[in-house]
Design a protein around this ligand. Sequence first.
Ligand code: DC
Length: 238
Amino acid sequence: MPKIVIAIDGFSSCGKSTTAKQVAARMGYAYIDTGAMYRSVSLYFLQNHIALTNPKAVQDALPHIHITFNFNPKTGRNETCLNGLNVEEEIRKMYISNIVSEVSAIPEVRYAMVAQQQKLGRKRGVVMDGRDIGTKVFPDAELKIFMTADPVIRAQRRQIELLQKGEMIGLDVILENLKKRDFIDSNRSEGPLRKAEDAIELDTSYLTLDEQIDWVIQQADEKISKLHRKGHFKPIDA
Ligand code: DC
């Protein structure tokens, strides 16, 4: 059966990555966490004292940033590596969340990441989550989902996630960070967070994770059958 691209965009902490990961596993697709790529760039900039306001320093640093997703047999998951080092845990911390929207608003950073993401998905058979997947990275994605959820519910989910990793942060601080990120993500000049015209919206506020996953898989199955019937599949690039 030919494979499609599933683009999942939306606000922070709507459950995009958890859903995307499970959908990919159940469909035998690759999962690409594009937020992890911007988080890794942020970590690199911090570690190497790259000033975000210095375009030349940013431009010079980008070719030195190599991000890969490597399978870890111990956890059974793909984990983000920055220049060969596993940064999966580090990039989820609050100090990275605090700067990642500013980093990902820099056009040069976006051009570099979008090019890598397009390469990773060129053979299709991927579930990619982010902010601009359906609008910029894969405007021709066969299935586009735009996730939303109540901001307080999103902040509560994020708080639980951070607690499980040993970071205790107040709900108001998390809510503030989410709102700030939503604002910056939606208002930047390059690749702003937008619902693609042909995306289907999913409000996850009162859905369980299993319900979200089942819903996406159902949409994907319907899409694949429809495209198959119409003979619409594009040849896969070599
Ligand atoms: O999905 P996340 O919260 O891990 O993403 C971290 C940040 O990266 C988010 O605040 C916006 C940015 N991002 C982006 O600009 N474009 C993407 N495709 C993915 C994430």
